[in-house]
Ligand binder design. Structure first.
Ligand code: PEP
Ligand code: MG
Length: 575
């Protein structure tokens, strides 16, 4: 039995065979061939196998993700049967007497660079399609298997170097019981998505792909951040008991579904959910969410080849607003960048993507993208209680510029006769230290704050949220972070505004007593954490937590703070 320690990213216990999701090696040598016909036949066999495979993937994507996501594969199927591409590969094999792999690569590279140089987004997307399809055909020529998470059709635990947010979105919950990765932290987006999909996960193990072989039986303990490879029967039985206990605990929490979240001394706070797509709505309702505190709209833009249209966005926003039936829905405008990439935007690679051209910075420059989203939001506003929030605001000029654009679009829509609500609150994410420090000034102009601690911690501590090697610095309970949070909440309250938090800290059981004491009004978290948080807050006294927070703000280290919270007694800690 082998044991790996990582970061507990999504709670629960999974036991199944390992499914390794590793990039295949597609290297080959250029060869001079004797018989061109043999090579051409190999090429056609690889093309046919790729076609059958893509059709199956397309079908699965259609069932699991919907027609729109599946349409991406139509573009790939088109490339596969493009006569111009195929004839040129055949000609190369015949005239230059090279192997099919070499001919395929040279012709594909030529098309890719031709399309990439065109000043046309549609053509640039075709370059990405050709690259993808070439990889698939090449894998069949070489007899190497390309793995695709959406193709998993038996119970498995994924083992990977890392999972991108779009890989995670494609996971089929029926078969994927859990995952473990080499890199990543609790607030990397794949971890956040795992929590909302209720898939147990341990990230940042450093060596999962080395220590775990395809088909090994593994246990992923997402509560403790541990992974066992080929465990003993005794351990399996122990974990089966553990699974039962976890389910019983969840059943207890479920009794609080329709309760208000009120402390023992009568202070009410709002427990809201973070979502990525309208598909997450059911989870919010089934977990007793009192609103949506963060709708990460960037997922609408991901896993596809082009920007979503205004109409498409309008439909998604309307679905969420109607689904929440008048409860608050905070929609965050496009926050692309960092670990959330959009290949079709074709932005230059940056040295420090988390500090680069992203989120509101990109939206203020690429205004077509921004205005389309704002129009869709404004049109949807009459279907519910919409609040709009801008991400990554670093100074007041950015907020004012974004607000002006929103107002311009609103005027246009109103003059076109559209129905736009007059009660849309406008707020910002506080996730950059400069904004927390200047919160008193912002509070005069915004309607609310939502503290994005996932980024606020990484920017304050200069510790990458995705890097497990610096995770010791990435501490939500650090007095430095608590002081910033206090500044933001106090600044909001001074201007009669509300302050929420949508970073993962809001659902963390050690942070919750402190945040209640600091006066946070709204806690927004993975839907699956809501009932547990409610059960905890129902046992806390706001007055006592104020005293605790006061003391914590004067402490000098994170561990002192953690000890003080834990000393509150088992009564207020869930586990
Ligand atoms: C909620 C946040 O945004 P994201 O995790 O999407 O960066 C945050 O930074 O805390
Ligand atoms: Mg953020």
């Amino acid at each position: 039995m082998n044991f790996l320690k990582g970061i507990a990213a999504s709670s629960g216990i999974a036991m199944a065979k390992a499914y390794r999701l590793v990039e295949p090696v597609l290297s080959f040598e250029k060869k001079v061939i004797e018989d061109a016909n043999v090579e051409i036949e190999r090429l056609h066999t690889a093309l046919t196998t790729s076609k059958t495979e893509l059709e199956t993937i397309r079908e699965k994507a259609k069932v699991g993700l919907g027609e729109e996501e599946a349409a991406i594969f139509d573009a790939h199927l088109l490339v596969l049967s493009d006569p111009e591409l195929i004839t040129q590969i055949e000609d190369k094999i015949k005239t230059e007497k090279v192997n099919a792999e070499q001919a395929l690569k040279e012709v594909a590279d030529m098309f890719v660079s031709m399309f990439e140089q065109m000043d046309n987004d549609y053509m640039k997307e075709r370059a990405a399609d050709i690259r993808d399809v070439t990889k698939r055909v090449l894998s069949h020529l070489l007899g190497v298997q390309i793995v695709n998470p959406s193709m998993i059709s038996e119970e498995a635990i994924i083992v990977a170097e890392d999972l991108t947010p779009s890989d995670t979105a494609q996971l089929n919950r029926e078969f994927v019981k859990g995952f473990t990765t080499n890199i990543g932290g609790r607030t990397s987006h794949s971890a956040i998505m795992a929590r909302s999909m209720e898939i147990p996960a341990v990230v940042g193990t450093k060596t999962a792909t080395v220590d775990i072989q395809h088909g090994d039986f593994i246990i992923v303990d997402g509560l403790k951040g541990e992974v066992y490879v080929n465990p003993t029967l005794e351990l399996i039985t122990q974990y089966e008991q553990e699974q039962i206990r976890f389910e019983e605990q969840k059943a207890e929490w479920a009794k609080l579904l329709n309760e208000k979240t009120v402390s023992v001394d009568g202070h009410h706070v709002e427990l809201a959910a973070n979502i990525g797509t309208p598909n997450d709505l059911a989870g919010v309702i089934n977990n007793g969410g009192e609103g949506i505190g963060l709708y990460r709209t960037e997922f609408l833009y991901m896993g596809r080849n082009e920007l979503p249209s205004e109409e498409e966005q309008f439909e998604s926003y309307k679905t969420v607003l109607e689904g929440m039936n008048g409860k608050p829905v905070v929609v965050r405008t496009l926050d692309i960048g960092g670990d959330k990439e959009l290949p079709y935007l074709d932005l230059p690679k940056e040295m420090n993507p988390f500090l680069g051209f992203r989120a509101i910075r990109l939206c203020l420059e690429e205004q077509d993208i921004f205005r389309t989203q704002l129009r869709a939001l404004l049109r949807a506003s009459s279907y519910g209680n919409l609040k709009i929030m801008f991400p990554m605001i670093a100074n007041l000029d950015e907020f004012r510029a974004a607000k002006t654009i929103l107002e311009e679009e609103k005027q246009k829509l109103v003059s076109e006769g559209a129905d736009v609500s007059d009660f849309i609150e406008l707020g910002i994410m506080v996730e950059i230290p400069s904004t927390a420090i200047m919160a008193d000034q912002f509070a005069k102009e915004v309607d609310f704050f939502s503290i994005g601690t996932n980024d606020l911690i990484q920017y304050t501590m200069a510790a990458d949220r995705m890097n497990e090697r610096v995770s010791y610095l990435y501490q939500p309970y650090s007095p430095a972070i608590l002081r910033l949070v206090k500044m933001v909440i106090d600044a909001a309250h001074k201007e009669d505004k509300w302050a929420g938090m949508c970073g993962e800290m809001a659902g963390d059981e050690i942070a919750i007593p402190l945040l209640l004491g600091l006066g946070l009004d709204e806690f927004s978290m993975s839907a699956t954490s809501i009932l547990k948080a409610r059960s905890q807050i129902l046992r806390l006294s706001k007055n006592e937590m104020e005293e605790l927070a006061e003391k914590a703000l004067q402490m000098s280290t994170t561990s002192e703070v953690v000890e003080a919270v834990k000393a509150l007694s088992d009564k207020v800690m869930s586990i």
